[in-house]
Design a protein around this ligand. Sequence first.
Ligand code: UD1
Ligand code: MG
Length: 457
Amino acid sequence: MSLNIVIMAAGKGTRMKSALPKVLHKLAGRSLLQHVLDTTADLGATQRVVITGHGAETVENAVAGPGIAFIRQMPQLGTGHAIQQVAPILPDSGSTLILSGDTPLISATSTRQLVEACDGKNLVLLTIAYSDPTGYGRIIRQGDAVQAIVEHKDASLEQRQIRECYTGIMAAPSASLKRWVGQLNNQNAQGEYYLTDIVAMALAEGVPIIGIKTSNETEVLGVNSPLQLADLERRFQRSQAISLMEAGVRLADPARFDLRGSLSCGQDVEIDVNCVFEGQVSLGDGVRIGANCVIRNASIGAGARIHEFTHIDGEAQGVKVGAGALIGPFARLRPGADLGDEVHIGNFVEVKNSTMAKGAKANHLAYLGDATIGERVNYGAGSITANYDGANKHRTEIGADVHIGSNCVLIAPVVIGAGATVGGGSTISKNVAAGELSVARGKQVAIAGWTRPVKKR
Ligand code: UD1
Ligand code: MG
């Protein structure tokens, strides 16, 4: 049976007070609308239609993808008016699931339940009991049977006592839905075309109406303001933190943990407070992450330690850290950093597009860009690869067991042979043969009898 999914995302989001359309605001690194699209990706829908209006072009560009269609609603005259715009492209059979782009955490379980209960013939509403139902559409029941939804502004004092509310999420038989939205009017307190008026129409036609109650408030909370967005972000982060901890990950404090993407962890992983993980991150067995690290698109090998305040950003290329490596504190690993087992990277060391073989070390104040570093190399404090000539990037190759002294400039392209030593303070512009010592700096002189100047009176 054909399933169509409609996601309403035309509203302005006035209370966000933002130039960015509301549904594009981010929760855990993904836009609100993207969450809904991701959750509904596996429902087997024939098509998913996003209704856009405010900032339509921006919204459409942000979430475009295969199987996603857009219909514009201009102006926005209510949720019923929104569905009127899609009616012409809905088929005359099957089910239509209606979701809201500003209700990002709707669960796959609930959406599936709604679709199954609808089965192309029943009207199914997702409802929830709020302790404070102010502002929501109330579910009017007679006995157990749903009779109608009455919007808060249109409700009588007596109806306002009802705590069961409509969540804004429903599934309807597509053919009936098309017919019903054609019959809506805007004779109500807000002068809008209410989608919720179709419930009374279904009742009049004898179409079965099923109310499915959820007790999971988080999945039906909408975002209307920065405060609500932050609240939902915290709820989401907490649920991610709990899942990780249930899998054995030791978070120092689940309230000070942020995951904006996916994090896979081995056994005995420890994460201290205030760490942010973005994109795809994997941590091997026994990895320990110190406080205040930001790690994006990286894979960290078993037993590695990432000390406090380390910033790792693999961007599109990724970063790889080998088993037993020690990184930081205050280290910066950039795209293409590929560090072998037991590599040591210390404070204020930046590594970009470079491989470091097993046991290589750069412990203080250094830059390694476009370099290939052999096993056990010791790369001195303050040394850098001068990899950019102002127009092109060049590589630096350093063989195994090389010792680079402190404060050296290695002007690429340059090759330092295995076992060579470069004296501290050298500017190396020519290749260094294996095993040799190269020193390229002014000779030290001693001036006998020299006296310091004295201050004039
Ligand atoms: C709606 C329901 C209400 C329910 C509440 C749950 C109606 C009439 N009322 O009210 O019963 O309790 O959601 O949150 O449906 N939108 C459009 N075009 C429009 C108007 C809205 O695309 O012309 C979109 C909005 O961007 C939003 C969604 O539809 O994503 C819901 O609209 P909103 O204005 O928030 O509806 P409520 O008044 O909150
Ligand atoms: Mg709303």
